[in-house]
Design a protein around this ligand. Structure first.
Ligand SMILES: C[S@@+](CC[C@H](N)C(=O)[O-])C[C@H]1O[C@@H](n2cnc3c(N)ncnc32)[C@H](O)[C@@H]1O
Length: 308
């Protein structure tokens, strides 16, 4: 049995859209701990109906957010922070009301200057000030967790990036804490109830699974251009050697080919494994005309690798 979980954040590389294709290959029962390694938005580990899950990721900001999500005061702290930084909250007041604000600004649409249909101009000052406070270390614990969620939801592409020095960086986006975002938060809090969930800031070397456990891994993809804070051939080889020594069942998500780049290290290693090819899901609107052909020509071979 699985829970229906939608990614809380629009996290790069999240597996929400292909969960069914991944979870159908997981063991029916797990006697020990389920490890979700390189857990990102945690959707995989949260979706399975198993009590004991350990999430490991080296993004300390994310791990802090997820470890505070179940706090009864999370929603009230988040909404109070939105008020404090004078930002919009369309889960409470409708977008159309906000759009009447004279400070909404203008934008150019088909060569014409029209009123802005986004909330960015109303939030830009508060967003910058929250980012400064966050990076100055002025926010701790649950406040830091709420601030990270706000910086992500209100950020460009609903995202915020981590720099090499660990600080956050990113610009303002068009959205805010919407009715949908509030629903997703409540959905997460519901499925996290009465479970033993642990959030470790670290990497795969920090855990020692035993025979009864199950390990799912979703590392950065060597073949893809986006490597989070860095992922090298040495990291890849180290992980694959570690997997070969695992005493338990496991599954690894990855891509063999992305664009023109093939991950030969992974491909060669996987020859002795069971490889499941993931079917790409296209949005309905893109199934017409040229755009589909273009998209389908772009090679992206996504796989789930399991032991033989
Ligand atoms: C492909 S994403 C995982 C996505 C996740 N499965 C989801 O559904 O949201 C890869 C994750 O690996 C993390 N990461 C990158 N390098 C790492 C490392 N050396 N050790 C641990 N985590 C790492 C990143 O922070 C990122 O969250």
């Amino acid at each position: 049995m699985t829970h229906e979980v939608f990614s809380l954040l629009n996290y790069i590389g999240h597996k929400s859209k292909i969960l069914d294709q991944i979870l159908s290959h997981f063991p029916k029962t797990i006697d020990g701990i389920m490890y979700d390694l390189f857990s990102g938005s945690c959707v995989v580990g949260l979706s399975i109906d198993h009590k004991d899950v350990t999430f490991v990721d080296n993004n300390a900001h994310l791990q802090n957010l997820y470890s505070h999500l179940q706090d009864d005061k999370f929603l009230s702290t988040l909404e109070a922070m939105i008020v404090k930084y004078n930002m919009t909250n369309s889960s409470k007041k409708s977008r159309s009301e906000y759009l009447k604000d004279p400070n909404i600004g203008t934008c150019v649409w088909h060569g014409k200057v029209v009123p802005n249909m986004h909330l960015d101009q109303l939030n830009i000052v508060g967003y910058s000030s929250l980012m400064l406070d966050y990076n100055a270390g002025n926010l701790k614990g649950i406040s830091k967790a709420c601030a990270y969620m706000i910086l992500t939801l209100y950020g460009r592409n609903s995202n915020v990036s981590v720099k090499k020095d660990g600080n956050l960086t990113g610009g303002i986006g068009p959205l805010d804490f919407s009715i949908r975002a509030k629903k997703k938060l409540k959905n997460h809090q519901e499925i996290m109830k009465n479970r033993n969930l642990h959030f470790v800031t670290g990497t795969y070397k920090d855990v020692e699974p035993i025979a009864e456990d199950f390990v799912y891994m979703d590392p950065p993809y060597l073949a893809s251009g986006f490597k989070y804070c860095g992922w090298t051939e040495e990291d890849e080889k180290g992980l694959l050697a570690w997997i070969d020594d695992l005493p338990c069942q496991w599954a690894l998500s990855n891509v063999f080919i992305s664009g023109n780049t093939k991950n030969k290290i992974l491909f060669d290693w996987a020859q002795s494994k069971n490889v499941i090819y993931i079917k790409k899901k296209y949005r309905k609107w893109s199934t017409k005309g040229k755009s589909t052909a273009k998209k389908q020509n772009k090679k992206n071979e996504e796989v789930l690798i399991l032991p033989k």
